[in-house]
Design a protein around this ligand. Sequence first.
Ligand code: HEM
Ligand code: HEM
Length: 223
Amino acid sequence: MAIIAPLNQEIGEIKKEKKYASTARFWHWINFIVMAGSLLTVLINSLLFDRTQRTFVKVELMNAGATVNDKQAAAVTHGLEDQVWGIHIYFGYALAALFLFRLIAEFFLPAGQKLLHKLKKAYRAYFILKKEREMAKHELVVKGLYLIFYLLLLTMVVTGLLLAFEDYTNIPENLNHSIKEFHGFCMYLILGFIVLHLAGVFLAERQGGKGIVSDMINGGDDK
Ligand code: HEM
Ligand code: HEM
């Protein structure tokens, strides 16, 4: 008995639930890296391969002894832009896979860590039980923002895949154009989320939630 008791205690400790499950942490940081890569491709294309760079290409080629006209210079920048979009599409496939991973993970996460559970709990506390309303309101806003982000990510994945497979979807050209514009517009909403999220995390670190970033890395203590 004397040996079994500490053993049980040890197993109990091993089984203690972390604040953030490893699947959630894995998703979070890989998603961060892939999304940063995807945004970088957009930045490269908008900074390096826009129309103004045609003159740069023309001048550089002229300095190297070749004579090129505007159309030929445009073909070069367009080709380079397409190559970067190729990389964007690979990041896109990774984001689609990560979205699916996060969706499946939601079913397997410990009950208290499921996003929908946290949202329902905050909703109940704020609107029905009306207890600790300030905290419940904060929780509702934060988790509500995460839900909006996931819906935005789903929109990016669906519109992105439609664009990537436009040769096979039989979607009319003008509709594809609108899908691309919508896809591009949603990027600004994603950027908005990232700014709010980072500001929220920094504020939390300075106030009541000290250590949440390291919790998101090492899992944190059980709740
Ligand atoms: C957060 C994630 C994403 C961001 C911020 C993003 C952003 C953008 C932006 C700004 C454009 C240019 C739109 C325009 O020209 O008006 C674009 C194009 C595109 N994106 Fe995404 N995207 C993301 C995810 C995805 C995903 C998941 C896919 C799926 C494979 C994807 C596939 C594409 C394709 C195929 C294009 C068109 C490229 C071309 O013009 O050849 N994107 N994206
Ligand atoms: C592309 C950038 C990022 C995106 C899209 C993103 C997205 C998310 C999402 C969706 C969640 C909620 C996870 C869930 O419960 O389902 C989350 C949580 C979290 N993220 Fe990020 N994140 C980004 C960058 C960062 C960075 C750079 C940090 C650290 C400086 C960070 C720190 C955290 C922390 C601490 C949490 C847990 C907060 C909580 O419990 O409410 N994130 N992030």
